[in-house]
Design a protein. Structure first.
Length: 344
């Protein structure tokens, strides 16, 4: 499908300016209006996307309701830059330096697209509230309290492909959509990790910045002569930013779950799990697999292959995301955030 800034309506085609999403298989795509949904990012040209994590953990079954867990800490004064990945931080600072950019990005897609998607959600999904799927509602509210972010609307949509995505462009309230197959796949804590990852995209305004970055890349292609070369360099930089944005939102998931194994098990489930095998999955073995990937790619030839494998992916490889969140969970930065927190 040709690149365009207009909304499209398909669950299988490539799309344009998304906020976040997930898929349970390599290459699965969910294109909803101006959202593009991918687990690990396709190699493709044109506009790029941001996405999210979703899945199930070790020794788990499908989501079951229960009351809010105790012993969880909230970050009442948390800012996006407190947990933003360094590369995400670097690119965001560059864009923030351009006067009026954020307002331009919001105005570009404007209220019409949001109104279309709002009506689509209301007409085809179940809106979660205190009196509708109240356990899911509480998961969202608790995650919002922990991350110090206003609660978006949450919708559950019937769909056999495990997915979740979110959008916030202009003045309307942002929303998250979760597919029923994803709810069936996840435990309660894992589902909250998905919601937290989505909230991370909202808190960091990834959709607004990505909108403008896509426009800049498209504009470069229109420049005669060196335009294609410049655009290619911009695309590579944009892919790096997209991958770092995913790492940022994995951190948001950890801040909410406060258990790295929950986040890692989500990634492991996405890489090669299913509900019937959930009780046989092993987080420690998956982390060892990540270390073996690092070792296998440490040689000059391995480094070249690894770079070629990932340079045009919009998402880091699942094993690398697992290793990254494991390392951040042990970092001084994460421990400092926990020391600032108060019990929920």
């Amino acid at each position: 499908m040709a690149s365009s800034l207009l909304p499209s309506c398909s669950l299988t085609r490539n799309s344009l300016i998304p906020m976040a999403c997930a898929s349970s298989r390599q290459g699965d795509r969910c294109d909803f209006r101006i959202l593009h949904v991918e687990l690990r990012g396709q190699r493709r040209r044109g506009l790029k996307t941001a996405s999210v994590i979703c899945g199930a953990s070790t020794n788990t079954s499908a989501y079951t309701s229960s009351s809010s867990s105790s012993g969880t800490y909230v970050f009442r004064d948390l800012e996006a830059d407190d947990f933003r990945h360094p590369l995400d931080q670097q690119n965001t600072l560059l864009l923030r330096a351009i006067p009026g950019l954020k307002e331009f990005g919001k105005a570009l897609l404007g209220p019409v697209s949001e109104q279309v998607m709002l009506l689509e959600n209301i007409g085809t999904s179940v809106r979660v509230a205190e009196n509708q799927l109240s356990d899911l509602y509480q998961l969202l509210i608790d995650a919002c309290k922990i991350l110090n972010v206003e609660a978006p609307d949450l919708y559950i949509r019937q769909n056999p492909v495990p997915n979740a995505y979110t959008l916030a462009i202009s003045g309307r309230k942002p929303f998250i959509v979760v597919h029923t197959s994803l709810v069936e796949l996840l435990t309660r804590k894992e589902l909250q990790a998905v919601l937290a990852h989505e909230l991370g995209h909202l808190k960091c305004d990834h959709g607004v910045w990505l909108t403008f970055a896509n426009i800049v890349t498209m504009g470069a292609y229109a420049v005669p002569g060196l335009g294609g070369f410049i655009a290619q360099r911009l695309e590579e930089q944009l892919f790096r930013w997209l991958r770092s944005a995913e790492l940022t939102c994995d951190r948001a998931a950890l801040l909410v779950t406060q258990d790295s194994k929950v986040v890692i098990s989500v990634l492991m489930k996405l890489a090669g799990g299913c509900p019937s095998l959930a009780d046989q999955l092993n987080v420690d073995a998956f982390l060892e697999q990540a270390r073996s990937y690092d070792k296998a790619s440490s040689s000059p030839v391995g480094w070249y292959i690894r770079n070629a494998q990932t340079r045009q992916l919009s998402h880091p490889l699942p094993v690398l995301r697992a290793r990254e969140i494991d390392e951040w969970s042990r970092s001084q930065e994460y421990r400092s955030l926990l020391r600032r927190a108060a019990e929920l």
